[in-house]
Design a protein around this ligand. Structure first.
Ligand code: ZN
Length: 401
């Protein structure tokens, strides 16, 4: 037999447990299995003179929410460039990234494991005849919109179907983009397929976030954002930025509506997702058609770029102070010359490589702090070393580093 105290303790624990569980589910959907135990320290005050009034300050639900949000944030599920795998409870497992450069996300399996397929298979499965264009003599970029429903319909609820920590609302699969030679590895075709995935997730404080996750099978060490900035035409970057901006606005509106419990407004914000996806697909396809003429110019410049190393030295000698950058990642110095030429030198003043900068590439690298302006000392030292070195001992290389 339980004593009266024990019975009451049990009733309180049970009520508290249910409250915490429901608060969690309301905010995040299914709890990841590997979410560790959450420590709760609750503050309450009892007032005997006031008929034993019990007060929580802040309110009990707020105290509990604070703790579970912290625990959830520590268990971060959103990783750019990777898909959450509900089966392994990880974004680091082999299932979480595309197995090849032409792979796109197909769907979650019943056990919540991401599955991938080649881009052309996505078009075949959708009975979309544009698949021909992928294999035409002059291949065209094609983009296919897929709904969240079709990407999740095999997934069981016990494996994340209703999870709000990584919920796919839809995606655009597109290709082929052309990989720069340095990123293509042994694949001569240099084809790259990209999955632009719209994901609902939970950020700091349990805030709803709708994000655009760009996923592609590029080899380790190659950053997709670098490829966007340096190798691809500005239309691809712009199309993606427009979509990301539209989603950020939509996300703000939806979160405000959710907090104020304005269901209709919340739903109307979320219904914009398919429109954003359709426009992204259109922009990608149209941009590529219009960009073709410009691409030819870039190719011409790339040919021209394979000039001997003395061009690099000439550019470096003639470079103004503002055209010298330090690459923080590789510890090299970069000289930006005329016609978007960039030449990389190591600290000894030896020419490492030259490449053609894509539009916006310098800005992008400065913004992401990959590059910084070289100091006057660094610039002077480089020029002195270059003066002392003959072109004959230098090596010629092309292709971006
Ligand atoms: Zn996995």
């Amino acid at each position: 037999m339980l004593s009266r105290t024990e019975r009451r303790e049990r009733a309180v624990a049970d009520a508290l447990r249910t409250l915490i569980r429901d608060l969690y589910l309301e905010r995040f959907g299914v709890a990841p299995e590997r979410l560790d135990g959450i420590d709760l320290a609750l503050t309450a005050r009892i007032c005997p003179a006031d008929g034993w009034a019990l007060t929580f300050d802040p309110p009990l639900s707020e105290q509990v929410s604070g703790h579970i949000e912290e625990a959830q944030a520590a268990h971060a599920v959103y990783r750019p460039g990777r898909v959450w795998c509900f089966r392994c409870e990880s974004a680091e497992c082999d299932h979480a990234a595309p197995p090849s450069a032409v792979s796109v996300f197909r769907a979650y399996t019943s056990t919540g494991q991401p599955e991938w397929q080649d881009l052309h298979q996505a078009f075949i499965a959708a009975q979309d005849t544009r698949v021909d264009r992928l294999f035409a003599d002059a291949p065209e970029l094609v983009a296919l919109v897929q709904s969240g429903r079709e990407l999740r319909h095999e997934q069981l609820s016990s494996f994340g179907r209703s999870s709000k920590t990584y919920s796919i609302l839809g995606q655009v699969v597109a290709g082929y983009f052309q990989l720069p030679r340095r990123a293509a590895g042994r694949d001569e075709s240099r084809r790259l397929a990209v999955t632009f995935q719209v994901v609902e997730t939970r950020g700091r404080g349990g805030r709803l976030e709708v994000r655009l996750n760009t996923i592609a099978g590029v080899s380790a060490g190659i950053e997709l954002d670098d490829l966007f900035a340096e190798a691809w035409e500005p239309w691809a970057l712009r199309a993606r930025e427009l979509a990301a901006r539209a989603l950020a606005a939509l996300s703000e509106r939806a979160e405000a509506a959710r907090q104020a419990a304005r269901t209709e407004e919340f739903q109307s914000a979320m219904r914009r997702v398919p429109t954003v996806l359709r426009r992204l697909a259109e922009f990608l396809e149209r941009g590529q058609r219009q960009g073709r003429r410009r691409t030819r110019h870039v190719e011409d410049r790339r040919q021209e770029d394979r000039r001997p190393v003395h061009k690099a030295l000439d550019d470096a000698r003639a470079a103004a102070a503002g055209a010298l950058y330090a690459d923080e990642k590789t510890g090299t110095l970069v000289v930006c010359g005329p016609q978007s030429r960039a030449h990389v030198f190591n600290v000894e003043g030896r020419h490492v490589t030259s490449f053609v900068l894509g539009p916006g590439a310098v800005d992008f690298r400065l913004r992401t702090r990959r590059w910084r302006q070289a100091t006057p000392e660094e610039a002077a030292a480089l020029k002195t070393r270059i003066r002392g070195s003959g072109a004959s001992e230098q090596s010629t290389a092309s292709g971006a580093p």
